[in-house]
Design a protein around this ligand. Structure first.
Ligand code: FES
Length: 366
């Protein structure tokens, strides 16, 4: 059954069960949102998506209101725009006016909407900070609940995507706040530092400690790449400032993982510029020429840098030596879940067809 409705005077068709927001977005019509995210269950918290439905007594939240036959919707009537501006001002009343030093500035959804609707913090708003800044000892995630707008995206991202339920809601009314566990630290509340809550936070309430204060959004170049840690193939964006990787951000259209990443993918990037990172192949060489008994792995054997050709020739020569002496069956090949499927397939070919052994196994088959 097709539903016929009108948005801003234009006729549209929709499927039963679709919300007003879904139909509007399907047709590139703008309805602002803050608590809504396509990956998460809609909750109708923030009231930014309010629209006017002809015949209705109140404005309706587009993200949770299903369409019905003959619906006549206005997304930007003066009543709607006035209501959205007032909602923003209520949020700004309890929000620090520190965009100038906030890490999220330039990619903060609240800031963008305040600009669009020309909303300012009212005079009667709270002054100063209400909660401790950088309040959680988590090594990766910086928490500043003064900047929280209670949209609950962090709660849903942690519960629905990562299934850890670290974040929850405490208290009511003006005292309402997002807390870890029952008011514990994130780690005590089973956090595994995946950073999903940070990725979905629309403001600077949750941010990344490792890159905090390092760059403004417009100063970084985003380079989409594939994670190098395991064979799942998650994609993300490297945040690069002046040729240096300063952070990782979810790439919403990543085909394998969407916005989700694990702690290694999101925060394990400091090896890239680490001074001890190996950049060339190394072989062990016997450096003490006389006076000591030469024993493989014993004193005198040191790792030295070499080129790929030397390293590969050495490995191939040792393999050949072993095979000549003890036969191909004396060789075993162990591959890794850190490799891609294609690399594991090639190792399989190398073992069975080049070396001639069926002794091949994989570290994931424990
Ligand atoms: Fe609909 Fe928040 S986006 S209520």
């Amino acid at each position: 059954m097709t539903i016929h409705l009108t948005i801003n005077g234009k006729p549209f068709e929709a499927e039963p069960g679709q919300t007003i927001l879904e139909v509007a977005r399907q047709h590139d019509l703008d309805i602002p949102t803050l608590c809504y995210h396509k990956d998460l269950s809609p909750t109708g918290n923030c009231r930014m998506c309010m629209v006017e439905v002809k015949g209705g007594r109140f404005l309706q939240a587009a993200c949770v209101t299903p369409v019905w036959e003959g619906m006549d919707i206005q997304t930007h009537s003066s009543k709607v725009v006035h209501d959205r501006k007032m909602t923003l001002e209520m949020m700004l009343a309890n929000h620090p006016q520190d965009c100038i030093t906030c890490d999220a500035s330039g990619e903060c959804e609240l800031q963008d909407l305040a600009y669009e609707y020309q909303a300012r913090a009212p005079e009667w708003g709270s002054k100063g900070t209400r909660y401790p800044v950088n309040s959680d000892p988590n090594p990766f995630i910086r928490v500043d609940m003064n900047r929280c707008i209670l949209c609950r995206r962090c709660v849903l991202a942690c519960g629905e995507i990562q299934v850890r339920d670290v974040w929850g809601i405490a208290n009511r009314g003006i005292e309402e706040q997002i807390v870890a566990g029952a008011g514990t630290t994130m780690m005590e509340a089973r956090c595994e530092s995946c950073g999903q809550c940070v990725a979905y936070c629309p403001t600077g309430a949750l941010s990344n400690k490792m890159s905090y204060g390092v760059a403004r959004a417009h100063q970084v170049q985003r380079v989409t790449t594939t994670c190098s840690y395991c064979g799942v193939g998650c994609q993300f964006d490297l945040l690069v400032k002046k040729g240096k990787v300063i952070g990782v951000a979810s790439s919403p259209d990543a085909p394998v993982n969407g916005m989700a990443l694990c702690v290694k993918g999101r925060y394990g990037y400091d090896y890239v510029h680490h001074p001890e990172r190996l950049k060339k192949p190394m072989v062990r060489e016997y450096l003490i020429k006389k006076g000591m008994k030469k024993k493989v792995g014993g004193p005198g054997w040191e790792w030295v840098e070499t080129d790929w050709e030397t390293a590969l020739n050495l490995a191939a020569g040792k393999l050949r030596e072993t095979m000549d002496k003890f036969g191909a069956e004396s060789v075993g090949v162990l591959t890794s879940a850190k490799c891609t499927n294609e690399e594991n397939y090639l190792m399989n070919k190398l073992a069975r067809q080049v070396i001639g052994t069926n002794n091949i196994d994989h570290c994931a088959r424990l």
